[in-house]
Design a protein around this ligand. Structure first.
Ligand code: C2G
Length: 132
């Protein structure tokens, strides 16, 4: 257990406690935590808008967290299998908003979906801050 490499992915835009909690819980599942931070271009193509914070800023924030051992830029959702192999992942962790979506990788690593932290999201924060 302690020797396992855990990997997780996310945008981590407008970093909040829900992001922190999933990173902390992911880290507890192994001895080393690698985080793929989605590229600005990936966000624009998938969500139709740029993140509030740039990928360089989001990477810097995630890399500075105590439970995080390494970060990299997730350029494409389709490259997930390559990232898992490249980083030697034994466990893939995602929030349960992605439940079932990554089951295809259970042939190369354990796939774990953790419950999301309730009542907080980047979208809700942006709406609250902008007063809408
Ligand atoms: N999360 C959570 N609780 C919240 C909000 C988010 O546990 N209240 C989790 C999500 O389930 C996800 C991680 O935090 O596992 C990062 O969330 P996002 O930044 O929204 O990531 P997303 O855009 O869903 O990831 O390959 C996936 C892509 O990188 C996109």
């Amino acid at each position: 257990m302690s020797g396992r490499t855990v990997i997780t992915f996310g945008t981590f835009d407008v970093f909040h406690v829900g992001h922190l909690r999933i990173i902390e819980r992911a880290a507890e599942l192994g001895g080393r935590l690698v985080v793929g931070v989605s590229a600005d271009a990936l966000n624009i193509s998938k969500k139709g808008r740029a993140p509030v914070f740039s990928q360089a800023e989001r990477l810097a924030i995630v890399a500075a967290l105590k439970p995080v051992d390494a970060v990299f830029v997730e350029e494409s959702l389709e490259a997930k299998r390559d990232y898992l192999i490249e980083h030697g992942a034994d466990v893939l962790v995602m929030g349960d908003d992605w439940a079932g979506r990554f089951d295809e990788f259970s042939d190369i690593c354990e796939v774990v979906y953790l419950p999301r932290t309730p009542a907080i999201s980047t979208t809700a924060l942006i709406e609250k801050i902008s007063g809408s």
